[in-house]
Ligand binder design. Structure first.
Ligand code: F6P
Ligand code: MG
Length: 454
């Protein structure tokens, strides 16, 4: 049985008017579901058969119903089993819903609704519901309702894609020939961690806020230098030690976040690790369903190579971009880069469920990753799940906030730009100094953390 509420700390809730959870639930979710309605309407209009048009119409009707429930703040009801044997997640969502509601009833507090519940649970539940609206159809069962947005955003990253490709293409031959000194490789490791970190600042929900759309500048050495002070926790040296302590043959796992530009930075990071001999295998963990708008699904891994090979999408630095694309495809074909999509990542479970004793909902993930040399968790949602989306004091040690995962033998490196209420591991006074500048500093992806635990 799951433990839906941690005993150590209360979790962020959608009915807390001071939280980003409150705004997300009332503004961002409505925009996102309304966007899904429009997307399916467009699919219906473009359908080439009556059957597909009718199917799209039914998807629209289901999404409109969901939008109504959301805006009316309906109580959450158990999910229906709408799929296959992999859908163990439905039972898991429903068991947690029941447990939360039982707890609410015994405390005399309201049962869970969209605007009154634990943020992490309700948000995951919503994305699972959105998926149901299309997956039960005939023509759109495998449809990614966010695909058009994902591609459009990636296409806006031309300069940064070209710059990073050119950087990689210049380095790779010497790395592969073993001609780069260890100190230089260590410096490059720090740089690629930095690039993958700031890649997370450019996820779909924040892209439109970037001044001058200047994604490329986020990757430039000078810009990263300027951002150094915005990395509030930096454990990169510990990650380097973990990676270089063994005798080679390291496996690095990446629990991915967003498709498009962020995934591109992760892919180049993965190639660097392989080329430099820091890793012999990279395991990429994706979501099995469309998730939080921009998250990577297995198909997005294939589409990365396809998009990079598209000269209309990325017209400059063609030689360098082709090198990244072909090298990535070659490493996949050679089995050096593997892709997995465990159902656990799209449950509402915090990563406290990745426990060594096999009792948690993340037992299968634990069995998969505990032998890995380094497990890199990308992005904001993964961070929230690592620390149970708890309202921790901001100076709480990362290990404390990781709960049972801290001692489960999993080597954790979180690369996260801060886009939610929770943060831990800050030095004394750091949070207060930032509060004095703005009470919303934690919501915009301007700050980052590189947090490690073993
Ligand atoms: O809306 C919830 C949220 O987790 C935010 O905290 C964040 O802005 C976004 O979704 C997802 O961010 P990321 O793609 O970095 O996980
Ligand atoms: Mg995401």
């Amino acid at each position: 049985m799951l433990t839906p509420v941690p005993t150590a700390v209360p979790v962020y809730r959608t009915d807390d008017p001071h939280s980003f959870a409150y705004i997300s639930a009332r503004e961002r979710w409505v925009t996102i579901v309304a966007g899904c309605v429009r997307d399916m309407q467009a699919e219906g209009a473009a359908a080439t058969t009556d059957d597909a048009a009718k199917d799209a119409e039914e998807c629209v009707a289901r999404l409109e119903k969901l939008l109504e429930e959301l805006t009316a703040d309906a109580a959450l009801v158990p999910l229906e089993n709408d799929g296959d044997a992999e859908d163990l997640d439905v039972g898991d969502y429903n068991a947690q819903l029941l447990a939360y509601n039982d707890a609410a009833k015994s405390n005399g507090t309201p049962v869970m609704s969209y605007l009154c519940g634990p943020w992490l649970y309700v948000e995951c539940y919503l994305y699972r519901k959105i998926w149901s609206c299309t997956r039960v159809s005939k023509h759109f069962a495998a449809y990614d309702i966010y695909r058009a947005q994902k591609r459009a955003a990636f296409a806006q990253s031309q300069r940064a894609v070209a710059e990073l490709a050119s950087h990689y293409a210049t380095l790779a031959p010497a790395l592969r020939a073993g001609e780069v000194a260890t100190e230089q490789i260590a410096e490059l490791f720090r740089e690629f961690v930095d690039i993958a970190l700031w890649g997370n600042a450019t996820d779909l929900s924040l892209l439109t806020n970037l001044k001058a759309g200047d994604l490329a500048n986020l990757q430039g050495a000078q810009a990263r230098k300027q951002s150094e002070a915005n990395v509030l926790v930096n454990d990169v040296a510990k990650a380097w030690e973990a990676l270089t302590a063994g005798k080679g043959g390291a496996r690095v796992d990446m629990v991915l976040d967003n498709a498009g530009f962020e995934f591109y930075t992760d892919a180049v990071f993965a190639l660097f690790l392989l080329d430099a001999g820091l890793a012999s295998t990279i395991v990429l963990h994706t979501k099995r369903m469309p998730w939080f708008v921009s998250d990577v699904m297995p198909v997005d891994v294939d589409l990365l190579v396809e998009d990079l090979n598209d000269a209309t999408m990325f017209p400059t630095e063609r030689d360098a971009i082709s090198i990244v694309a072909s090298q990535f495809a070659a490493q996949r074909a050679a089995g050096k880069i593997l892709v997995r999509a465990a159902p656990f990542w799209t449950t509402a479970n915090a990563f406290w469920e990745i426990r060594a004793d096999g009792s948690g909902g993340g037992a299968a993930v634990w069995a998969d990753v505990h032998d890995s040399t380094l497990v890199v968790f990308k992005g904001d949602l993964n961070y929230r799940k690592l620390v149970y989306d708890g309202a921790w004091a901001r100076t709480t040690p990362f290990a404390t906030a990781l709960g049972p995962l801290a001692t489960a033998g999993v080597t954790v490196l979180s690369l996260r730009t801060v886009k939610a209420d929770v943060i831990v591991g800050l030095g004394e006074g750091v949070g207060e100094a930032l509060d004095a500048q703005s009470n919303r500093w934690m919501w915009g992806g301007k700050y980052g953390v590189v947090s490690y635990n073993c």
